[in-house]
Design a protein around this ligand. Structure first.
Ligand code: F0G
Length: 469
């Protein structure tokens, strides 16, 4: 049951399927290029979409607006110290700004950055600095038939083998991603984090935690890790943070606000980062974030320590996953954080991966429902250097669940339309690029259907639903 109530609402509109088809064509079959007016339920991302609490909005009004020396900044830095135990905090405009600065400070050409799994912007920044990324995920991390509750865990043997092979001098840090985004928001256990940190310490390698999706991960540690069931969220957070050298996060996710930040323990490192923050982000007491958002972030981080406040997201996701699973629809299991993830490769097994199964299914979901999902498959990958396609390990369609935003009946609607699509999946075909940017092509690339499948899908929809939208 949701332990909150709505205080402010926004009217939504649901346009008819012909309009949805026109919108999709105008957007080059790319969900990022749709205008929000065209969307009924926006499940593209949780980033910056989480609903703020009354206390966060109230805090925003009390923000101390100053270019330098704002009281609001020091309150946030104190909250970071209280929760994570880190002495130094640098605000930056969002998560990828942290990644930019971390890569600039730590990564040299030829370096190897190990992580449980990559994230798009993280990898791009590391590669721009001449480094490469090695994923050390578990053998069953992408296997939907495995019930492993912590599929985000590192494979510790792979980590030891990599250090032996590459040598610690070429591994400036190991990146630990909480709530592993691209494998379906799957968490790591506290036990695994402790073990990774121990191995890194033995070799003098820093540990960097990407805490953007930490809040869902904290929930899963509490409910799935037997040794932690009697610990408070605050205790789990501290136990985890105590193992780590550097924490960074997107506050568009962690803290229900906007912005981001880097938490450091050493004054020496702080001095190195300081210069880059003032150069690329803004002065040290705002870092490119508005003061109102800094104030909301402080309150949002405090609320993240409240089990009631962080339960709603994972519980709604589990509900949606169960409802789809009951209908035989292939979903990532067990349910993770961030959103519900459909396995597009299984859903559209008749479409070749070269025709972007996850992209095609995302487009079909928008057509059939006005719900906007996000493609997380081959479209989100970059081509190989020789221009050939780099096929993603998994073709996922993410239905993100911004925290505290949707109602159960809205989830039921989405489930109902996805079920209809599943029964008519044979009608869905593939996509091809018509405009393909070189960097992060998924954001602005344009695609088109490989046949007239979208016309046939619309015709079947009208035959089944009549005048209904
Ligand atoms: N790290 C993780 C794990 C993320 O999920 C994101 C963003 C970032 C870093 C970058 O943060 O967007 O504030 O610059 N994920 C968003 C998403 C974009 O939709 O999953 P950012």
């Amino acid at each position: 049951m949701e332990m909150h109530r709505a205080k402010v609402v926004q009217k939504l509109t649901l346009v008819d399927i012909d309009t949805r088809k026109q919108n999709l064509e105008a957007a080059g079959y790319n969900q990022f290029l749709l205008k929000n007016d065209a969307i009924f339920l926006d499940m593209l991302t949780d980033s910056g979409m989480n609903v703020m609490s009354d206390k966060q909005l109230a805090a925003a009004m009390t923000g101390d607006d100053a270019y330098a020396g704002s009281r609001t900044f020091f309150e946030l830095a104190d909250k970071i110290k209280e929760i994570f135990g880190f002495d130094f905090f640098l605000p930056v405009h969002q998560g990828r700004a942290c990644e930019h600065l971390l890569a600039r400070v730590f990564v040299k050409p030829g370096d190897v950055i190990a992580m449980n799994y990559h994230f798009t912007t993280t990898r791009a920044h590391i590669m721009l600095c001449g480094g490469s990324v090695i994923e050390l995920n578990l053998p069953d991390s992408l296997d939907n038939s495995s019930a492993n509750p912590f599929k985000g865990n590192f494979d510790l043997d792979k980590l030891k083998a990599l250090i032996a092979e590459v040598g610690p001098q070429r591994m400036p840090f190991v990146r630990i991603e909480a709530g592993t985004n691209l494998i379906g928001g799957q968490p790591l256990s506290l036990e695994n984090i402790v073990a990774v940190a121990k191995i890194c310490r033995q070799h003098g390698i820093l540990t960097v935690l990407d805490a953007s999706l930490l809040q869902d991960n904290l929930y899963f540690i509490k409910v799935r890790e037997a040794a932690c069931k009697d610990m408070s969220i605050r205790e789990i957070t501290r136990a985890l943070a105590d193992e780590i050298d550097v924490i960074y996060f997107s506050a568009r996710k962690l803290g229900f606000a906007k912005g981001g930040g880097i938490c450091l323990r050493s004054a020496e490192l702080y001095d190195q980062f300081k210069e880059l923050v003032t150069l690329h982000e803004g002065f040290l007491t705002y870092g490119g974030i508005s003061i109102t958002e800094l104030a909301s972030m402080t309150q949002g981080l405090e609320e993240t320590m409240d089990f009631d406040m962080i339960s709603q997201g994972p519980q709604f996701i589990a509900y949606m996953v169960d409802e789809l699973d009951k209908r035989g629809i292939p979903v990532v299991k067990p349910a993770g954080g961030l959103g519900c993830h459909l396995d597009a490769r299984a859903f559209l097994s008749h479409v070749p991966q070269a025709e972007y199964q996850a992209g095609a299914l995302s487009a079909a979901i928008y057509l059939a429902s006005g719900v906007r999902p996000m493609e997380r498959g081959t479209v989100s990958e970059a081509r190989n250097e020789d221009g050939s396609e780099h096929f993603a390990d998994v073709e996922l369609v993410r239905l993100a669940m911004p925290r505290r935003l949707f109602t159960r009946s809205q989830i039921d609607y989405a489930v109902d339309r996805i079920h209809w699509l599943f029964e008519n999946r044979g009608l869905i075909g593939g996509l091809r690029f018509v405009k393909e940017p070189k960097v992060l092509r998924f954001f602005s690339g344009e695609l088109a259907p490989t046949s007239d499948w979208s016309d046939r899908l619309v015709a079947k929809y009208k035959a089944d639903f009549g005048d209904s939208l």
